[in-house]
Design a binder for this molecule. Structure first.
Ligand SMILES: O=[N+]([O-])c1ccc(OS(=O)(=O)O)cc1
Length: 525
């Protein structure tokens, strides 16, 4: 079954965005499309809706411009307006560098782009890489560039840059760069730490970058090392290449790391908590679990393999300053919150790749089990209050009949935006068709529309002799008054309805908001 699977009145009131094939879709809680954007490119892989209604989407450039290739490869970043017009695109693709996985918006309009850049085998050896750990004869550095878009063009200004290869340590060869005691330098990455892998060029496989404005910090996820990192974004580019400078005084060194303390010789496999995780980010202030990190812990490389959602509290002495005792692993030892499949077989909830989890303002958590294209929302008791299966095939763009099983619907992430998100102000969000073929929206019947928004809309007086005022916490598009025969007797586009010309009797008020229709019975006497 695809499309809307289940929904209850406890679902968060908002719209879900995802990238599939060459499109980005925004759907309501019934799976009806309220907006879509067309690109020429497959996902490359992230997509974000900006507060002004623009869409930032990474695309997979398959024009042969780069021979850097691995799961998550991209190469081009596009900015669309709400109506789908391209207003900026930026290609970052060559045989020396290629954008992949993420292109993350910054509040100032700039874009953080994640890229792999090629380091030759000889350069890697000079940096201290063990020559036996170079099966591809080269290594990928992970780079983050901040690009200031020049709107209306295909160019941008690179205003900041950070490279993980500026923050290395190694104890393999004391004649080479970066030589030191690995266990004494958790702020550096051991260039010879291979985590159950081949040590191939894509040995880190970083799969997300996320920005936190309050801290001016970036969280980074390495799938291969199974660690997350926090770095300072306040540095200059020059400082970012060193271990000093910036708000936190540590330059571009790692301010925090978590998930696999083997990587800096402060633990064993038993101390490992992350397994190919995705999309760690600091939950912003004002939301439940503010200041904690939420992530999708895929469970790749553990036995049995199963996924979970984790929320952790990194120990801090003040905002963005992490508490660390030399000679130990970074805390915490355990997660504050873990969700895993409640059934007898934990591997029922398992996505070996991609996926994400998002803290929602009402306490719910949206989960994308990416390899199944399965999105679900958990309430604060871990009940599923919304389930949706992406019916679109990522490779050929075809859809699926509602009763069939989806094929190839791998979805990188799902992100939900509340109905009060600024991007939606003044937009036409009239529900369009669902994506599945022969849709069956009956799960939505459970959403008694009246209950759904009952607290959002208030009308008075009722009964009335002439006028009725509609009071609403969400914008009202229009109000229709129908009689018991279903005929519209009057309509208005503001918050006052005049019934003085109508006969006495019972009427139905249909109040159209961006997201729903609220029905109220009224009496004129
Ligand atoms: O097949 N993909 O689209 C794909 C595969 C792997 C991948 O990397 S991961 O770390 O995000 O799982 C991203 C995308």
């Amino acid at each position: 079954t695809v499309g809307i699977i289940s929904v209850t009145n406890d679902v968060y009131d908002g719209y879900t965005l995802f990238n599939i094939h060459t499109k980005a879709y925004l759907i309501n809680n019934c799976g009806e499309v309220v907006n879509e954007w067309n690109s020429a490119y497959l996902p490359g892989n992230s997509v974000y809706l900006l507060p002004n209604g623009n869409l930032l989407r990474a695309g997979r450039l398959d024009d042969g411009s780069s021979n850097i290739g691995f799961g998550g490869q991209g190469g081009i970043v596009e900015l669309f307006d709400w109506d789908g017009n391209i207003i900026w695109s930026f290609t970052y693709s060559s045989n020396q560098f290629r954008q992949h996985h993420d292109a993350h918006p910054l509040p100032n309009g700039n874009v953080l782009i994640l890229a792999a850049t090629v380091v030759s085998g000889q350069d890697a050896i000079d940096m201290g890489r063990d020559p036996a750990l170079l099966p591809d004869g080269e290594l990928y550095n992970q780079q983050i560039i901040e690009v200031e878009p020049v709107l209306g063009t295909t160019t941008g200004n690179i205003v900041w840059e950070w490279n993980i290869f500026d923050h290395l340590i190694q104890d393999f060869d004391n004649t080479k760069q970066n030589f030191g005691v690995v266990a004494d330098h958790p702020e550096k990455l051991d260039i010879n730490f291979i985590n159950n892998g081949s040590g191939g060029n894509n040995w880190l496989h970083v799969n997300s970058i996320q920005y936190n404005e309050e801290r001016d910090q970036i969280t980074i996820s390495s799938r291969r090392v199974s660690e997350i990192y926090v770095i300072d974004h306040s540095t200059t580019t020059a400082e970012a290449a060193t271990g000093s400078g910036g708000t936190y005084g540590r330059g571009g060194d790692l301010l925090y790391r978590w998930g696999n303390p083997q990587a800096y010789r402060q633990g064993t496999e038993a101390d490992r908590t992350l397994f190919g995780q995705h999309t760690p980010y600091f939950i912003p202030s004002g939301l439940p679990n503010e200041g904690k990190i939420i992530l999708f812990n895929n469970g790749f490389q553990r036995s049995p393999e199963f996924s979970q959602v984790d929320i952790i509290s990194p120990p801090e002495t003040s905002l963005g300053v992490f508490d660390y005792t030399p000679g130990t692993a970074y805390g915490p030892l355990t997660s504050d919150y873990t969700y895993s499949e409640p059934g007898s077989d934990p591997s029922d909830f398992y996505s070996v790749i991609v996926s994400n989890a998002q803290q929602l303002p009402n306490g719910n958590i949206l989960v994308c089990e990416g390899n199944k294209g399965y999105f679900f929302e958990l309430d604060s008791n871990d009940n599923k209050v919304w389930e949706y299966v992406n019916p679109i095939n990522n490779i050929n763009g075809t859809s699926t009949p509602q009763n069939d099983n989806a094929t190839g619907n791998l979805t990188f992430r799902a992100l939900k935006y509340g109905i009060d998100y600024p991007a939606f102000v003044g937009r036409d969000l009239t529900p369009g068709q669902p994506l599945e073929i022969n849709p069956n929206l009956s799960p939505c019947d459970n959403l008694s529309i009246e209950e759904f928004d009952i607290n959002l809309v208030n009308i008075y007086p009722n009964p009335t002799k002439d006028k009725i005022t509609v009071e609403s916490r969400i914008p009202i598009l229009k109000v229709e008054v129908t009689n018991l025969l279903g005929e519209i007797v009057t309509r208005t586009y503001n918050d006052e309805i005049d019934l003085s010309n109508q006969q006495n009797g019972i009427y139905l008020l249909r109040i159209f908001t961006n997201n729903s229709v609220v029905n109220k019975r009224i009496i004129k006497n």
